[in-house]
Ligand binder design. Structure first.
Ligand SMILES: NC(=O)c1ccc[n+]([C@@H]2O[C@H](COP(=O)([O-])OP(=O)(O)OC[C@H]3O[C@@H](n4cnc5c(N)ncnc54)[C@H](OP(=O)(O)O)[C@@H]3O)[C@@H](O)[C@H]2O)c1
Length: 345
């Protein structure tokens, strides 16, 4: 019989800080016994983990919106799991939950850490487990609040989103269409561009790997860009800045093209376009909207249900494959929200 006392917890820990692209040498694999929760605590078995570009930033030393992962610590990751033991009246064995579980098979959450870990029960009627890591999860919330609160879209406006086929990008583009905007995606490769146009209903998509983003923007946003949702930074940000219209809003969500740089981050050269166009550029951090997630989830679950929103996930299996799986985000090999499946549901 399996008891908690004879379960083993396999974990992935940060072994060293990367220079450039993080290889396998940055990680160590450990095994620990699993402990019973104390009063108020919960033991969660990890089913699936969210692999995020932000993980690259958390591996760096230095100040950010959240402290870095320490050397030797279990790598930080959000995920979906099942409660396997509980001494907390709000969670029962068998509940499916979302929390900061870390890259490990079991996560013991102490009573006083429940809030900090962001532990909450998920409703599988609203969406599948992987959808709860995608459009109903952190990337979806990022797209929702970035577009709605900072972008403030109006029907008929032109919205451009980079990383269009990724987790945040797919949410932003579909939501902007639902809100009556004209949507132009930017993504790497024909397959991703065709998918966002043919399956998600974007009006157009520019393959930046085919070159000349500037000319393509002129063609697809002839009256100028009203909202640019920036997931990638670098050259593409400059190309869009050159095409913004009067009063444009630029949401700085991320700059994945810069995360593995060994040289300083490339800043925008065309920033004076903000002055000329009375435009603004604003950064967002999704966690600032946590007290309104439930409202966005309810709205997005409605769109999933009525078919106006689709959710594509790219699932890699096995905790041991974490180091290589993470790199898919930076090569663009992921097609949809990148998820690491750790155990069967
Ligand atoms: N501010 C926040 O609170 C917050 C929260 C979540 C995510 N984010 C940011 O949002 C962005 C998207 O995250 P996500 O989770 O949705 O990832 P994702 O888009 O699902 O995956 C990353 C994608 O980035 C693209 N990419 C990689 N290197 C690139 C480069 N050099 N130039 C252009 N595109 C490149 C690739 O797509 P292609 O094949 O199209 O190149 C890749 O598939 C990231 O910058 C992330 O840091 C921010």
């Amino acid at each position: 019989m399996t008891t908690i006392a004879n379960l083993a917890n396999h974990q992935v820990r940060l072994a060293q800080r990367p220079v450039g692209t993080p290889g396998r040498e940055c990680w160590s694999f450990t095994t620990e016994p699993v402990a019973e929760p104390a009063e108020g605590g919960v033991l969660v078995k990890t089913l699936a983990l969210s692999l995020d570009p932000a993980m690259r930033g958390w591996m760096n030393e230095g100040k950010s919106y959240i402290p870095p992962v320490g050397i030797g610590e279990v790598m930080r990751a959000g995920g979906i799991g099942r409660v396997v033991a509980s001494k907390n009246p709000q969670f029962a064995v068998g509940d499916t939950v979302s929390a900061g579980l870390g890259v490990q098979e079991y996560c013991l959450i102490a009573g006083d850490q429940v809030k900090r870990a962001g532990l909450f029960k998920i409703d599988l009627r609203a969406g599948s487990m992987t959808q709860w890591l995608n459009v109903l999860g952190m990337p979806g919330m990022t797209g929702y609040f970035g577009l709605m609160d900072v972008g403030m879209p109006k029907p008929g406006e032109t919205v451009v989103v980079s990383g269009a086929a990724g987790a945040v990008g797919q949410t932003v583009g579909q939501l902007a269409r639902i809100k009556g905007c004209r949507v132009v995606g930017i993504a790497g490769g024909r397959a991703k561009c065709d998918w966002v146009v043919n399956e998600l209903g974007f009006d157009a998509c520019i393959d930046y790997k085919a070159g000349n983003v500037k000319a393509a923007l002129k063609e697809h946003a002839p009256k100028g860009v009203d909202i640019y949702f920036d997931n990638v930074g670098g050259e593409i940000l400059d190309d869009v800045l050159a095409r913004i219209g009067r009063g444009a809003r630029i949401i700085i969500c991320g700059a994945i093209s810069q995360y593995n740089n060994t040289t300083p981050v490339q800043g925008p050269k065309n920033y004076l376009s903000l002055l000329v166009n009375r435009a603004r550029m604003e950064g967002i951090v999704v966690f600032d909207y946590a007290d309104r997630y439930h409202l966005a989830v309810a709205e997005m679950a409605g769109y999933l249900k009525d078919g106006r929103m689709k959710s594509k996930e790219d699932i890699v299996e096995g905790l041991d494959n974490f180091p290589e799986a993470l790199l898919k985000l930076f090569s663009g090999a992921n097609f949809g929200k990148l998820v690491l499946k750790v155990a069967d549901a």
